[in-house]
Design a protein around this ligand. Structure first.
Ligand code: SAH
Length: 497
C-alpha cells in the first residue's frame, strides 16, 4: 500500500482513543506530547492512564462507544482487543470522513502511526504501509544510532537565528550554504559536546562573517556506468549540494534520484545522431548558472575525462574564471569488464589495455590500426555499434587473428545488461544477430573469453555464433544455458538457410 505521509498539528484538538490498555497508553502518550486533547473510552485503565485522568490531563468515558462521539473529534484511535468494537469505530469514522487508526489492523485503518525517531523539533517517521512493521522498526533502530541526539538542539538553534539568517542572506543559494556550514561545521560539533552557549556564540559569529553572495562553481562529476552503487562518496556529496545538474543522457535515472530533490535537472544529452545541446550550448549553460551564484554539477556518464570532453569544459571554465573541481567516475571499460567477469589484464593473456574510441568515421580514420592489432593486449572500444564491421575488417587486415575472442557488453552494470561473446571473425555479424544497441562497449582480446566462465552479473553471456558456444564445458554447471542455446539455434537456423 502506498501511503501519503503527513505530520498533523493536533495541538488543542480533540482526539478519542477507544481502549485503556498498554497499547492505548502508548498512543495517548504520543498524542499528549503533541498537545492533543485526549479522551479515553474504557472502563478499565492502566495505572498510568488512571493517573493522567486523576491529574486532569485526559478525560475518560466509561460507557460503551457511541458513533456520534466522533462528530466532535479530529482523529480516532481504536486500541481495544475487541474486533467488533474496532470495526464499529472504523465504520463510524469512515462515515464521518475522519481518520481512524485501528491498532494492528491495516485494513481497517485510514491512517497509520509510523515508527518515529524523535529529535524534537525534528521528527523522522517511517512507515512500511503496514506490510513490514518489523522492517520499519529495524530501520528506526539503525537511524536512532546514526542520528546524534543533539540534532534537536541544532534545529532549535537554527530556528532561533532563522529570521536574522533570512534578512542577511537574500540570495537563496548563499542562505542554503550558510545553513549547510551551520549543520556540518563547528556549531554542530559544540552541540554534540553539550556546549549550547558556545555553539550559539559560534553561530552568531559565523552569521556575521559569512559572505552574503554565493560564488558559483562547477563540479565535473563522473556518474559511473549506471549502477548507483558505483558512485564515489564525493560524487554523492556533490549531487547533494547541487543547485543545478547538467547531465548527459547516459546518466541513469537511479543516479539522478540520489541528487538533491530541488536541484534543477537539465538534460544536455547527446546520443548518436541526436544532439540535444551542442558542446557550446553546454558551455553557455554552465557559465550562466555559475555566474548566477549556483553550484553546478556537470554530470557525465562513466568518467568525465575518458571520452567525455571534460577537458574542453575545464578549459572553457578556466578561461572564464569559474572555479571548478573534478570528481572521477568509474569508466565504462572498467565497469563493463568487472560486471562481465573479464579481467582487463591477465598474466597469461594481456600485459596492457587500451581504451579506444571508434565513434564516427573521423575517429576511425585516425586510429593507429597497426598498433591496435598487436597481440597480448586488450582493447576496450567505446563506440556506436555502427562501426563494428569496419573495425573487424581493419584489425584483421592489420594482422589481428580472426580467432581473437571478443565480448560486447550492452548496458553494462545495469539490470538489463547483456553480454555477447564470439571471435573477431564474427563480431559484426554477432552484434547484428543479437541487435546490440548503444550504450555498448567492446572488449577484444584473449581475456574476453573468460566472460564465459567468470560471469556473475545479470544474464549469462550469449555466444555470437556456433563455435563460441560449442565449448560450454568451462561454464559453471549451475548456469542456465538456455539463452546460449537459443543463440546457437538461431545461428544453425541461419546457416542452414
Ligand atoms: N565518459 C564515458 C564514456 C562516454 S563515450 C565513460 O567514461 O564511460 C560513450 C560510450 O561509452 C558508449 O558509446 C559506450 O561505448 C560506452 N558506455 C558508457 N556507458 C556504458 C554502459 N553502461 N555499458 C556499456 N557501454 C557504455
Amino acid at each position: 500500500m502506498k501511503l501519503y505521509p503527513l505530520f498533523a498539528d493536533l495541538s488543542q484538538r480533540a482526539v478519542l482513543v477507544v481502549g485503556g490498555g498498554a497499547v492505548a497508553e502508548r498512543k495517548i502518550q504520543a498524542l499528549l506530547a503533541a498537545q492533543a486533547v485526549v479522551t479515553v473510552n474504557a472502563v478499565e485503565l492502566t495505572g498510568q492512564l488512571q493517573r493522567w485522568v486523576a491529574e486532569g490531563r485526559i478525560a475518560q468515558r466509561r460507557e460503551a462507544f457511541r458513533d456520534d462521539w466522533l462528530d466532535r473529534v479530529w482523529l480516532v484511535v481504536a486500541a481495544t482487543s475487541d474486533r467488533e468494537v474496532n470495526r464499529q469505530v472504523a465504520a463510524a469514522a469512515m462515515q464521518r470522513r475522519i481518520f481512524a487508526n485501528v491498532v494492528d489492523d491495516a485494513a481497517l485503518s485510514s491512517f497509520h502511526v509510523p515508527a518515529v525517531i524523535d529529535r524534537a523539533p525534528l521528527t523522522i517517521a517511517i512507515s512500511s504501509g503496514g506490510d513490514a512493521p518489523m522492517l520499519a522498526r529495524l530501520l528506526r533502530e539503525r537511524l536512532e544510532s546514526l542520528l546524534d541526539h543533539s540534532l534537536g538542539t541544532l534545529a532549535t538553534l537554527a530556528a532561533k537565528l532563522r529570521k536574522r539568517i533570512r534578512v542577511r542572506f537574500v540570495d537563496m543559494a548563499a542562505r542554503r550554504r550558510f545553513y549547510e556550514s551551520l549543520f556540518a561545521g563547528p556549531v554542530a560539533t559544540l552541540l554534540r559536546q553539550g556546549r549550547p552557549d558556545e555553539a550559539l556564540a559560534a553561530a552568531e559569529r559565523a552569521l556575521a562573517a559569512a559572505p552574503t553572495e554565493s560564488a558559483g562553481s562547477v563540479v565535473l562529476v563522473g556518474a559511473g556506468p549506471g549502477d548507483p552503487g558505483l558512485l564515489t562518496l564525493r560524487a554523492l556529496r556533490a549531487l547533494n549540494e547541487a543547485d543545478v545538474i547538467l547531465h548527459d543522457r547516459l546518466v541513469s535515472a537511479e543516479v539522478l534520484d540520489l541528487a538533491r530533490g530541488d536541484a534543477e535537472r537539465i538534460e544536455v544529452g547527446k546520443q548518436a545522431g541526436h544532439h540535444h545541446t551542442t558542446q557550446d550550448g553546454i558551455h553557455v549553460l554552465m557559465l550562466e548558472h555559475a555566474r548566477a551564484g549556483r553550484r553546478v554539477v556537470r554530470l557525465k556518464g562513466g568518467d568525465p575525462f575518458v571520452f567525455g570532453r571534460g577537458g574542453e569544459e575545464l578549459e572553457f571554465l578556466r578561461a572564464h574564471k569559474i572555479p571548478y573541481e573534478v570528481v572521477p567516475g568509474i569508466t565504462a571499460a572498467v565497469a563493463c569488464a568487472a560486471y562481465a567477469g573479464i579481467p582487463l589484464t591477465h598474466r597469461d593473456h594481456a600485459q596492457s589495455v587500451r581504451f579506444v574510441t571508434a565513434h564516427g568515421q573521423a575517429s576511425r580514420d585516425t586510429l593507429d590500426w597497426h598498433a591496435l592489432a598487436q597481440e597480448r593486449q586488450t582493447l576496450a572500444v567505446y563506440m556506436g555499434v555502427a562501426g563494428l564491421a569496419e573495425l573487424q575488417q581493419r584489425l584483421i587486415e592489420h594482422g589481428r587473428a580472426p580467432s581473437t575472442p571478443f565480448a560486447l557488453i550492452e548496458n553494462g552494470s545495469r539490470a538489463e545488461q547483456r553480454v555477447i561473446t564470439g571471435t573477431l571473425a564474427n563480431l559484426a555479424e554477432g552484434a547484428a544477430m543479437h541487435a546490440v544497441r548503444s550504450p555498448a562497449l567492446l572488449i577484444l582480446g584473449e581475456v574476453a573469453a573468460l566472460a564465459t566462465s567468470l560471469a556473475w552479473f545479470g544474464a549469462p553471456p550469449v555466444g555470437a555464433a556456433m563455435h563460441a558456444i560449442r565449448a560450454p564445458a568451462s561454464r559453471q554447471p549451475e548456469r542456465d544455458d538456455a539463452p546460449a542455446r537459443a543463440g546457437l539455434l538461431t545461428a544453425i537456423h541461419r546457416a542452414s538457410r
